[in-house]
Design a protein around this ligand. Sequence first.
Ligand SMILES: *[C@@H]1O[C@H](CO)[C@@H](O)[C@H](O)[C@H]1NC(C)=O
Ligand SMILES: *[C@@H]1O[C@H](CO)[C@@H](O)[C@H](O)[C@H]1NC(C)=O
Ligand SMILES: *[C@@H]1O[C@H](CO)[C@@H](O)[C@H](O)[C@H]1NC(C)=O
Length: 347
Amino acid sequence: MKRFSLLAVALAGPCQAALRFGCSSVSVQRLDPLVEPGSVPSAHVHQIVGGNAFNATMDPKIDIGETATCTTCVFSEDFSNYWTAVLYFRARNGTYKRVPQYANAITQGARAGMTVYYTQESFTSNGNQKITAFKPGFRMTVGSPTTDTKEQAVKHKGLRYTCLQTILTRGSETPDFPAEPCPAGIMAIHHFPACWDGKNLDSPDHQSHMFSTDQGGFRTAGPCPASHPVRMPQVAYETMWNTTQFNDKSLWPEDGSQPFVWSTGEDRGYSTHADYLFGWKGDALQRAMDSSCMFQACGGPKGVLKIQSAEEMNKCAVKSTVTEPIDGCEFLFSSFFFLQLGPKLGA
Ligand SMILES: *[C@@H]1O[C@H](CO)[C@@H](O)[C@H](O)[C@H]1NC(C)=O
Ligand SMILES: *[C@@H]1O[C@H](CO)[C@@H](O)[C@H](O)[C@H]1NC(C)=O
Ligand SMILES: *[C@@H]1O[C@H](CO)[C@@H](O)[C@H](O)[C@H]1NC(C)=O
């Protein structure tokens, strides 16, 4: 046993860094600078965390790591933006209500938002290879708002849901929304691809410059293919939706189906998707990936990254450019959200 663990350490090489941190909400609004740059509003509502350079356009030539002045993430040099669709509850009478988000459980005092991961080849190892940080202007999406079959959804191994028995429940992942009420809510999980073509900061579909070796659930990834040879950090999001106020089954549809709907208007969970726009300041992310710190140990006086308090994180916000109620009502949903779904669907 002992010999085995020594061997494992030797093979893993010196750098096995991994980051896991909370980011408070920076904005909830109908903008999508990646898929629909300049559209005010975009097709559907997003919940966004990270730096305050988030706006409708976000030109790839602008390094948001330099232009943002604050961030809602624990690591204060991380001005990236991270976003997903928003979850709504559909009542029997056809009205909609936005589902609140739990804050990250590790960061006491954070405000809604999500947990962000940058791992390497697996949860605990870099697979003995160099991990190259993203470059300014880099962006990508995972999943698609138009996915509408289980067959397609199953193929996105990194896109899953966990029915939370407690906020610490992990595993038991499904490609669709849980069929029964989840006592502590629903966690939406998004793992991004981590192999880069080495050339393009983006691609027309925002995905083909990247290749996914993800096996789901932070399992060890396979090698990057020759077409996408550069291994980047494995980015993942966990968003915890607090569904508890909607768990009374007498509020659920009479046919027993589940009542939650993404802001895309889709109610099976297959349209789950997420967007990433790199914005770490200078070489901060590379510095972390080249170190051998794990999780919280990467920050603070002894770590390689600067951190900030929850109070400071929560002070950072982006003013909404789209002025409309986002908490949900019948009129809003039918006239703005759903009728706009079409060829311009945003990721
Ligand atoms: C977004 O921010 C950039 C950089 O600050 C700015 O040049 C651009 O005009 C802004 N776009 C919108 C739509 O506000
Ligand atoms: C619709 O149902 C929800 C949940 O039961 C309730 O809170 C809301 O007041 C109802 N709205 C209307 C317009 O009946
Ligand atoms: C989750 O929602 C319930 C019902 O609204 C609320 O009482 C509870 O405080 C929320 N939990 C957290 C951790 O926000």
